[in-house]
Design a protein around this ligand. Structure first.
Ligand code: SAH
Length: 257
């Protein structure tokens, strides 16, 4: 019995499932984490690759029971947990490849949590709503900038609703997050405080029509050479990063009205 509250839309079709696994280019020594394995359609395909270990994070205990009874493979580790706040550091690996046909109601939260555990997750291969994929790629939301600061995001393919049971109301997209090797400055080692960075970005993105000079101090804008007449949607990724570092340095003199 599929549960609406867990956004259970199973992906069917051997060809498409195989395509997704191929795109993930799984190598023999890799540890893979699948989010929301459900009845195990994607799981079975993943187990056909030579991966080292497969962690399965599933919130629905009935699905976990069902999976345990239908698929037997010593490389599987079942975890009955919520992927929106799962602690990926607990898996003891620094180069996890995470893959999943995500529950769409919490896909953004799962992506945000990926960034939180970026030290442990080198790749994310996620099926999301096409609209969510586009918003992340086009750089016009706080989450988009948050993700793209640490990951290269690539749109891999669109998947029509008819490949799912029951079909969702929207078109889906498969995207890849590839962790960046971050070296932003030559001489000064800056660190991102993720909570601060999120706060900084969400405030910049609130009331998008307001000019930057009403949101951030003139001092910060001058340091990085960005005109206060600009609006948040005119900034590029590198502008957000330099503004954030300037803001950090200027003892958080950010002015939000
Ligand atoms: N991967 C399967 C099912 C995808 S549907 C397939 O392609 O056929 C989404 C799955 O995510 C469901 O199994 C649902 O129970 C699970 N799920 C929903 N919310 C979750 C959460 N917060 N954390 C982990 N799993 C979740």
């Amino acid at each position: 019995m599929l549960k609406k509250r867990f956004a259970q839309h199973l992906l069917m079709g051997s060809g498409i499932l195989q395509k997704l696994v191929d795109l993930a280019e799984i190598k023999p020594e890799e540890t893979v984490v699948e989010i929301g394995p459900g009845t195990g359609n994607l799981t079975k395909k993943l187990l056909n690759t030579p991966l080292k270990r497969l962690f399965l994070i599933e919130i629905d205990p009935e699905m976990v029971e069902h999976l345990k009874n239908t698929i037997k493979d010593e490389r599987m580790v079942f975890i009955n947990a919520d992927a929106t706040n799962f602690d990926f550091s607990s898996l003891g690996e620094r180069n996890l490849k995470v893959i999943g046909n995500l529950p769409y109601n919490v896909a953004s939260l799962i992506i945000e949590n990926t960034v939180k555990y970026k030290e442990y997750i080198s790749y994310g291969f996620y099926m999301v709503q096409k609209e969510v994929a586009e918003r992340i790629i086009n750089g016009k939301s706080w989450l988009s900038i948050f993700v793209k600061t640490f990951y290269e995001v690539k749109y891999l393919m669109s998947i029509p609703a008819r490949f799912f049971v029951p079909p969702p109301k929207v078109v889906s997209a498969f995207i890849r997050l590839e962790r960046k090797d971050i070296k932003y400055t030559k001489d000064i080692k800056y660190t991102f405080e993720l909570k601060d960075y999120k706060n900084f970005l969400t405030k910049l993105f609130s009331q998008k029509r307001k000019m930057l000079k009403h949101k951030i101090s003139q001092n910060c804008l001058e340091t990085v050479g960005i005109s206060g007449e600009k609006r948040v949607e005119e900034l590029e990724l590198k502008d957000f990063i330099s503004l954030y570092f300037a803001f950090q340095k200027s003892e958080k003199d950010l002015k939000f009205y």
